[in-house]
Design a protein around this ligand. Structure first.
Ligand code: GLY
Length: 310
């Protein structure tokens, strides 16, 4: 069993001018997660490191760079799950935190609950000593521009979500065979105030079980929730499908049953992994056996040595 970390930067139709940033972002995050695993860190440490990096990267729809709701505000969702214990932690509709994924982990580690939302999540963050940041510091010029553009009559928020920016996530297996997933998002562009998507919902935004595998999802949240995409893929793996076939089956079912598009990164307990999507593109990267694999368009698969410069 070779430790592995697999990362996505969101499914959609990534504009040419952002494709390099997206690819570099996921490769660099995968390297950071792999360094954690190589140093003996747990799969949970690795996925939280990966997702924190992507939240700090304004090219992605999570943390700084999150899309804005209809009022022009940031409201972010995140989840982590530990495949050894089936423990999970999530936050929804948080706006004063730079790294919602770290707060989700604190919910898992320090409370008996699975999800805290909005003001309650902020109070908990304060009690844990998590620094508050001004919500404006999470808003980029790009997300404000897209928010303005999509206020126009006739704009389609689903197309927008599947358009230019994506949720981020990661799955990992560590040297002890423990698995974890982490997913973080600003949600859907111009969403209603208080809208909670798939990301913080266990089985939809992610799932991890050492006996089955781990999955992190991206795409149209309302569709993902209808088919509980992450758990559905693990169900297919339980039925004997390979990690790649199960990922494709889950995405195909979501497309045919509810017309939803998206993407996933998945691993099985033997360290086999997949990065699959039904959208036009998804920035993804995986690191295993000192090699980084990455791609953006359908069928693309490049590799570089972990020792090569980015
Ligand atoms: N998949 C992210 C969202 O719809 O909120």
């Amino acid at each position: 069993m070779f430790p592995v970390v697999v990362v996505h930067g969101g499914s959609g139709d990534i504009p040419k001018e952002r494709s390099r940033q997206s690819t570099e972002g996921v490769c660099s995050a995968a390297r950071a997660g792999y360094a954690v695993l190589r140093g003996g860190g747990s799969s949970m440490d690795a996925v939280v490191e990966v997702v924190s990096q992507l939240e700090n990267n304004p090219a992605f729809n999570a943390g700084c760079g999150s899309v804005l709701n209809v009022k022009g505000e940031v409201e972010m969702d995140a989840i982590v799950m530990d495949g050894k214990t089936l423990g999970s932690g999530a936050v929804s509709a948080v706006c004063h935190i730079a790294n919602p994924i770290q707060l989700a982990r604190l919910v898992m580690d320090k409370t008996s609950h699975a999800c805290l939302t909005s003001e309650g999540a902020s109070l908990f963050a304060r009690s844990m000593g998590v620094p508050e940041v001004p919500p404006e510091s999470l808003i980029t010029e790009y997300s404000r521009m897209r928010w303005r553009k999509n206020l126009a009559p006739g704009s389609n928020p689903v197309e927008c979500q599947m358009g230019k920016m994506g949720t981020v996530g990661a799955v990992a297996v560590d040297g002890e065979g423990n698995m974890a997933c982490a997913t973080s998002t600003g949600g859907m562009l111009n969403k209603m105030e208080g809208r909670v998507g798939d990301t913080p919902c266990i089985g939809s935004g992610g799932y991890a079980d050492n006996q089955l595998g781990a999955v992190s999802t991206t795409g149209h949240g309302e569709a993902i929730m209808k088919v509980t995409l992450a758990r559905l893929i693990l169900f297919y793996m339980e039925q004997g499908q390979s990690v790649e076939a199960a990922s494709d089956s889950g995405l195909a079912y979501m497309k045919s049953r509810v017309g939803g598009l998206g993407g996933v990164v998945s691993v099985d307990p033997r360290g086999h992994w997949a990065a699959r999507f039904s959208s036009l593109q998804m920035a993804w990267a995986a690191a295993q056996k000192d090699t980084v694999h990455y791609g953006l368009h359908t069928g693309e698969h490049f590799t570089q040595s972990i020792d090569d410069p980015l």
